[in-house]
Design a protein around this ligand. Structure first.
Ligand code: PMP
Ligand code: GLN
Length: 388
């Protein structure tokens, strides 16, 4: 065939780094601190709800397009309980196949070919793909070490008459930065002033160790221009269930649903009932999740520093970015490709999440959503790096 098979918009996207690195971990028997998934499942009683639903025939056939009513009500109750936000379960909430589908559907629904989409780099890999699928133009604004704060002057400069929306992610993967109330207020004010939509990926909303998570939709003028996205994957440690959701005004939910219905139509019927119960878990569940992860963060960060990495301690998420240059390495991509063989550990080079990778050439990301003994073993293996 003379024509390339792959649609030009998807050129260069290759295989996701997460899939590539998890496969390498398996083949080499490495400790996988690459792809972010917990090595312990979420609460057994929530898994039991899913199993019971399957056996009782709840959700085994197509659930309703917007999601089962129990889950939409539970999402509304969760958002009111934690943030004082009010969403109508009938019309302002849409259940999706993970946050991934929510973001894809939002881009396909809201972005016209040629529209500019501003995203803070490094950005989660599906953002670039989704913007490309919609025919949009990605406009990066760089978060810089050591604290990876959003540069508001740079953001202001990045806005043009072609800007359609800001794609936000706080707590931020991969840097672990959590945008402050003041930073979010300033971003919201810009969105209002320049009449932009905001799509906000808040999947790490409950994984904040320093600071607080403030949904950007709470700021003045944002309720009707914000598409908020979250997911059960991180909060309940069931990343394979792929239950996510969108909350927004009826008009925005309708727009996103228009695209979503032709992507998966619906998914995960029995899991939707289980996630409804999970969202209603008591505050102690959420506190314990955060405390356990914070202890794991501290264990990994201290160990990496001791080995000689320059560690950028994250405020949230379950990822830490570290610089390898002090250890005598230069390039994070080479380092991560060789790390399984050299030390039996898998990590992710973050330069690939940038349009301007130079700033992050020596940065690698480690996931700490792993049991303490697994993190300790990874550190033991990584300490070999200094005995070359
Ligand atoms: N956004 C971010 C920032 C993520 O890190 C992830 C996944 N790990 C997702 C979205 C995707 O979430 P889900 O698994 O619910 O599709
Ligand atoms: N969000 C996970 C991470 O950042 C990966 C999910 C995936 O593999 N798509 O590690």
């Amino acid at each position: 065939m003379s024509r390339p098979l792959l649609n030009r918009r998807l050129e260069g996207l290759g295989t996701t780094i997460f899939a590539e690195m998890s496969a390498r971990a398996l083949v080499t028997g490495s400790v996988n601190l690459g792809q972010g998934f917990p090595d312990r499942d979420g609460p057994a009683k929530i898994a039991q709800v899913a199993a019971d639903a399957i056996l009782a025939g709840r959700g085994n056939q197509y659930p309703p397009g917007p999601g089962v009513p129990e889950l939409r009500q539970a999402i509304a109750a969760h958002d009111e309980r934690f943030y004082g936000l009010r969403y109508d379960p009938d019309g302002e909430i849409l259940v999706t196949a993970g946050a991934t589908e929510a973001i894809a559907a939002a881009m396909l629904a809201l972005v016209e070919p040629g529209d500019e989409v501003i995203a803070f780099e490094p950005y989660y890999d599906s953002y670039a793909a989704n913007i490309a699928m919609a025919g949009g133009v990605r406009v990066p604004v760089t978060l810089r070490p050591p604290h990876f704060r959003p540069d508001l002057a740079e953001l202001t400069k990045a806005i043009t008459p072609r800007t359609r929306l800001i794609l936000l992610n706080s707590p931020h993967n991969p840097t672990g930065s959590v945008f402050t109330r003041d930073e979010l207020a300033a971003i919201a004010a810009l969105a209002v002033e320049r009449d932009l939509l905001v799509v906000t990926d808040e999947v790490y909303e409950h994984l904040v160790f320093d600071g607080e998570h403030v949904p950007i939709v709470r700021f003045p003028g944002m309720r009707d221009r914000t598409v908020s996205v979250s997911s059960a994957g991180k909060t309940f440690s069931f990343t394979g269930w792929k239950i996510g959701w969108v909350t927004a005004s009826p008009e925005l939910v309708t727009a996103v649903k228009t695209a979503k219905q032709f992507l998966t139509f619906v998914s995960g019927g029995p899991f939707q009932y289980a996630v409804a119960e999970a969202l209603a878990l008591p505050d102690e569940y959420y506190a314990r999740l955060r405390d356990d992860l914070m202890a794991q963060r501290d264990l990994l960060c201290a160990g990496l520093s001791e080995i000689g990495f320059e560690v950028y301690q994250p405020q949230g998420t379950y990822f830490v970015t570290a610089d390898i240059k002090r250890l005598g390495f230069q390039d994070g991509v080479d380092f991560c490709r060789n790390l399984p063989d050299r030390a039996g550990v898998v990590a992710i080079p973050t330069a690939i999440f940038y349009d301007h990778p130079q700033a992050a050439r020596g940065h690698v990301r480690f996931a700490f959503c792993k049991r303490p003994e697994v993190l300790t073993e990874a550190l033991r293996r990584l300490s070999r790096l200094t005995r070359r």
